[in-house]
Design a protein around this ligand. Structure first.
Ligand code: CAA
Length: 385
């Protein structure tokens, strides 16, 4: 595949080649077994750390690779091409666990956590979703009450990616009840603090070798210095973090869709039916054409959002559009790949059913497709009003 049409730099091409080699030589083998066993690949995460992937957009002073969002999107895309689970592990760590500290933390917080996160000594977690607060993120019921200089936090979070491997979590809690989003603050908490309890590990449809867990806080004492950003500004900080994260979920969806193309097209040329390759049937050609066109469009949208982020522009609408389009395109592409491979496609051995299951989370995680439509419509209405 020729990526030169995307106007990428030599550095971007280099990161793609490096990550593609790693994905093809190291990640793809064993992906089916890891998925089946829900086995988190610690060794692959260590290799990603050695390749500086865990700190791609973090500045070199703080131990990162000092690369741009585009490089990060390309890395996630290339890993997702063979393993959505590992791409999700990377994306959640970089965009949700590390970026908010790197972008909004105090100097002290940055120094305390970011070099360790960038080096992969531990991963970073993001605690927003709760049993009664999913799409309605402002409905958080976790509370933080002032006690002297400290805060006492009680509540729970669910669907926290990488949780078992995290050394720090950014969480939201209500610090002033009854005033909506302006009563929500953000804190950095550590798993060995008294009152921090891990809940059950999720048994999921897809991305099964990524780790997803519940967290609970039982009278957890949190020092004032652990608040990130100002009191009452936690909700906005989380929304801005999600704006960036949605680019990487879009990139993950692009990678999965590309993986589906990479499996389906060669198969359609090799497999003969009624005396000719499957690819020569118009019905199959139509599917392949749609897969290619939509993956290309999704990639352009993701790269566009990445470029805007690198230019320091507001990305709320473009990242929501990129994630929405790419995730839904990935569902269609993986569905078509299974259809083209037929019975083989439905079998666990041939990867594409895993791609289909892995793609589904991209339409849900970091905001459902319905929430992306809501965000896009609200942004557009603002432009017109
Ligand atoms: N950037 C900056 N500020 C923003 C913002 C953004 N993207 N989005 C909202 N805000 C600001 C608004 O301007 C508003 O500020 P003012 O009060 O000063 O005007 C404030 O935040 C409140 O915004 P809204 O009134 O729009 O809030 P809302 O309650 O209507 O909700 C929402 C908005 C978009 C629906 C939001 O709740 C949302 O994004 N929901 C989805 C949450 C989500 O994506 N969850 C997935 C988490 S990922 C996970 O948990 C798993 C994992 O590890 C991967």
């Amino acid at each position: 595949m020729d990526f030169s049409e995307y106007g990428l730099t030599e550095e971007h091409e280099m990161i793609r080649d490096t990550v593609r080699r790693f994905a093809t030589e190291e990640v793809e083998k064993g992906a089916v077994e890891r998925d089946e066993a829900m086995e988190f690949p610690k060794d692959l995460v260590e290799q990603m750390a050695e390749m500086s992937l865990l700190g791609i957009p973090v500045s070199e002073e703080l131990g990162g690779a000092g690369m741009d969002t585009m490089s990060y999107a390309i890395a996630v895309e290339e890993i997702a091409r063979v393993d959505g689970s590992l791409a999700l592990t990377l994306a959640a760590h970089v965009s949700l666990g590390t970026a908010p500290i790197f972008e909004y933390g105090s100097e002290e917080q940055k120094k305390k956590y970011v070099p360790h996160l960038a080096a992969g000594e531990y991963l970073g977690g993001f605690g927003l979703t709760e049993p009664n607060a999913g799409s309605d993120a402002a409905g958080t019921q976790t509370v933080a009450k002032k006690d002297g200089d400290d805060w006492i936090v009680n509540g729970s979070k669910i669907y926290c990616t990488n949780a078992s491997h995290c050394g720090v979590f950014i969480i939201t809690a209500v610090t002033t009840p009854g005033i909506g989003t302006k009563g929500i603050s953000a804190f950095l908490v550590e798993p060995d603090w008294k009152g921090f309890v891990f809940g059950k590990k999720e048994n999921k449809l897809g991305c099964r070798s990524s780790d997803t867990r519940e967290l609970a806080f039982e009278d957890m004492r949190v020092p004032a210095s652990a608040m990130i950003g100002k009191e009452g500004e936690g909700f906005k900080l989380f929304m801005k973090t999600l704006d960036g994260g949605r680019i990487s979920i879009g990139a993950m969806a692009v990678g999965i869709a590309q993986g589906a193309i990479d499996k389906a097209v060669p198969y359609s040329l090799e497999r003969h039916s009624f005396g000719q390759p499957l690819a020569h049937f118009q019905a199959i050609g139509d599917k392949i054409a749609d897969m290619e066109m939509e993956t290309h469009a999704a990639r352009l949208m993701v790269y566009h959002a990445a470029r805007l982020k690198d230019e320091g522009r507001r990305i709320t609408k473009s990242s929501a559009m990129a994630k929405l389009f790419a995730s839904e395109a990935a569902m269609r592409a993986t569905d078509s790949a299974i259809q083209i491979l037929g019975g083989y496609g439905y079998s666990r051995e041939y990867h594409v059913e895993r791609y289909y299951r892995d793609a589904k989370i991209t339409t849900i995680g970091e905001g459902t497709s319905e929430i992306q439509r809501l965000v896009i419509a609200r942004e557009l209405l603002k432009e017109y009003s």
